[in-house]
Ligand binder design. Structure first.
Ligand code: ADP
Ligand code: ADP
Length: 225
């Protein structure tokens, strides 16, 4: 249950100001949606939080400590991408264990972690399969299991439902909410879909042209649009 804080965060690409003086503080264990149209700076923001991109200025803190000097692998931030980004040549089991292997977690601990996350996400019967043979919904569960296995302080979900078929999207959304309620891992949930943000999140931060436009609970935003 960590607190993420963004302070005067800025990122420019040449003359393009992708993120522009962004201040935001999460609450412990909340599911916070970042809502904004395409090109508003959401991906840039998430990449900076995950350590994939350096801010031009400003600071990013987890539980009061700046994470800017920490490389992505050592940042305790787990990203789940729209495309799920599973490794096609590896089994589901090896996909899920990959974060432990790359962080050199002793092998003796792998099975217990695997059991724990496969039970939570109900992917036990998929472990020997290849991701390419799975449905979109199954791939998402595997991607979530791989994110969860490293005990992240923070989840960053980038449009996690948008590559799923419409029929399974509402079920997948409910499952995401359930995963959050169970783990209470502080989660940033990036979307351009207002209904999705309002229906799922504890609070919604609206971003426009790289700036924080407003932030509040769905009820607050709905009553004061
Ligand atoms: P989305 O809106 O889903 O983030 P985009 O098509 O805007 O997708 O961007 C896809 C990728 O291309 C992102 O990683 C983004 O950083 C990069 N990108 C976007 N705009 C530019 C640009 N003008 N020059 C270089 N890379 C860009
Ligand atoms: P979103 O995720 O909300 O679609 P992005 O963060 O991808 O927004 O993009 C915000 C702005 O920054 C856009 O104008 C985009 O074209 C620009 N941008 C993003 N990545 C790059 C990049 N690598 N190089 C140049 N411009 C970029």
């Amino acid at each position: 249950m960590s607190v993420l804080e963004l302070r005067a965060l800025e990122k420019h690409y040449g003359r393009i100001q992708a993120v522009n003086g962004f201040d935001l503080k999460s609450e412990e264990g909340e599911l916070l949606a970042i809502l904004g149209p395409s090109g508003s700076g959401k991906s840039t923001l998430m990449r900076m939080i995950a350590g994939l991109e350096k801010p031009s200025s400003g600071d990013i803190l987890l539980d009061g400590q700046s994470v800017l000097g920490i490389p992505p692998r050592d940042r305790n931030v787990a990203m789940v991408f729209q495309s799920f980004a599973l490794y096609p040549h590896m089994s589901v089991r090896d996909n899920i264990l990959f974060p432990l292997v790359s962080r050199k977690v002793p092998k003796s601990q792998h099975q217990a972690k695997l059991d724990e996350v496969t039970r939570i996400l109900e992917v036990d019967d998929l472990l020997d399969r290849r991701p390419t043979r799975l449905s979109g919904g199954q791939q998402q569960k595997v991607a979530l299991a791989r994110a969860l296995v490293r005990d992240p302080e923070l989840f960053v979900f980038d449009e996690p439902l948008s590559s799923l078929d419409a029929q399974i999207r509402s079920q997948a959304r409910a499952e995401l909410r359930e995963l959050h309620d169970r783990t209470r891992i502080t989660t940033l949930y990036v979307t351009h879909d207002q209904l999705e943000a309002l229906g799922l999140a504890d609070r919604v931060a609206v971003i426009n042209k790289g700036r924080l436009h407003q932030v509040g609970t769905p009820r607050e935003l709905y009553n004061d649009p």
